[in-house]
Design a protein around this ligand. Structure first.
Ligand code: NAI
Length: 283
């Protein structure tokens, strides 16, 4: 199938980045948010990033203008009525996501594919909430979207081969690298990343080493670009705890139990960079 018009729902950190890469790849994109101010912020962020890329000589001024002109903003979900693909990037909450998918199921054309950028919720359950489960799929972009090459494509148990193939082709057209993943907790990315972060927190909790030293070991010893505790502060400790709980509940295996120190930090409101304090101070 050909995908010519796309809507991205949620103009936050991820949604704005996703809309930008589609626009840069020559596709008409509508960016949607409930809030007009969130939408304005998302669109102006894209405009600034495109201008910076042009300034640095990464794209021509014509391409910059053309990419921005492929974008439009809307707070009306009904504008998805002519879209071939919709990518949902709203808050990480199952009730909110299923409601959005049920609305989209009514609004979009019959052939449209509905994708979610969720980082932890089951695509199979989102698909089951619609009347077109074979056309529902996970398209998990990484943050920051314009920079990161990977897209995890998550197949719900109901996803058809045709839907999978269309999304794999689309991902390549975005100049990203697709990886096919079955729908199990944490997919591949967070199933491996989050237990590593959790173990780094246990290492601090048990007094084995300081956060700085844990990060130094992983940077200089394992060639990681960023230590796990710096990365945890960047992701948000509340998000890390939430994903560990999804893994723990989903697999029922004690190896995924969240570290008590992680829980304590979240209870204190020490959520990492966004709150000014996590394993490091950002004040
Ligand atoms: P965010 O909080 O920056 O943005 C969410 C946006 O969705 C907000 O602007 C909000 O107004 C809007 N929104 C909420 N309900 C809506 C609705 N019913 N209709 C339209 N807009 C609505 O969140 P962020 O970080 O962009 O995350 C979005 C999704 O992407 C989540 O599912 C998250 O798990 C996933 N994700 C996040 C990553 C990250 O590093 N932040 C990485 C990969 C996936």
């Amino acid at each position: 199938m050909s995908i010519n018009t796309v809507m991205v729902i949620g103009a936050g950190q991820m949604g704005a980045g996703i809309a930008q890469v589609f626009a840069q790849s020559g596709i008409q994109v509508k960016l949607n948010d409930l809030q007009q101010d969130a939408l304005d912020k998302g669109l102006s962020g894209i405009e600034k990033r495109l201008a910076r890329a042009a300034e640095k000589g990464k794209m021509s001024a014509e391409d910059q203008t053309a990419a921005f002109n492929r974008l439009s903003g809307t707070t009306n979900l009904e504008d998805a009525s002519d879209c071939d693909l919709v990518i949902e990037a709203v808050v990480e909450n199952m009730d909110v996501k299923t409601k959005v998918f049920q609305q989209l199921d009514k609004i979009t054309p019959k052939h449209a594919i509905l994708a979610s950028n969720t980082s932890s919720l089951p695509i199979t359950e989102i698909a089951a909430a619609t009347n077109r489960p074979s056309q529902v799929i996970g398209m998990h972009f990484m943050n920051p979207v314009p920079v990161m090459k990977l897209v995890e494509i998550i197949r719900a148990i109901q996803t058809s081969d045709e839907t999978y193939q269309a999304i794999e082709d689309m991902t390549k057209q975005l100049n990203k690298s697709p990886v096919e993943v079955e729908d199990f907790p944490g997919f591949v990315s967070n199933r491996i990343l989050m237990p590593m972060i959790n173990e780094a927190i246990y290492t601090v909790y048990e007094g084995v080493a300081s956060p700085e030293d844990v990060d130094t070991v992983m940077k200089l010893g394992m060639n990681h670009p960023m230590g796990p505790l710096t990365l945890a502060d960047f992701i948000g400790l509340d998000t890390c705890l939430y994903i560990m709980e999804v893994l723990h509940e989903g697999f029922g295996d004690s190896k995924y139990r969240p570290c008590p120190l992680l829980r304590k930090y979240v209870k204190a409101g020490w959520l990492g960079k966004k709150s000014g304090r996590g394993f490091y101070s950002y004040e």
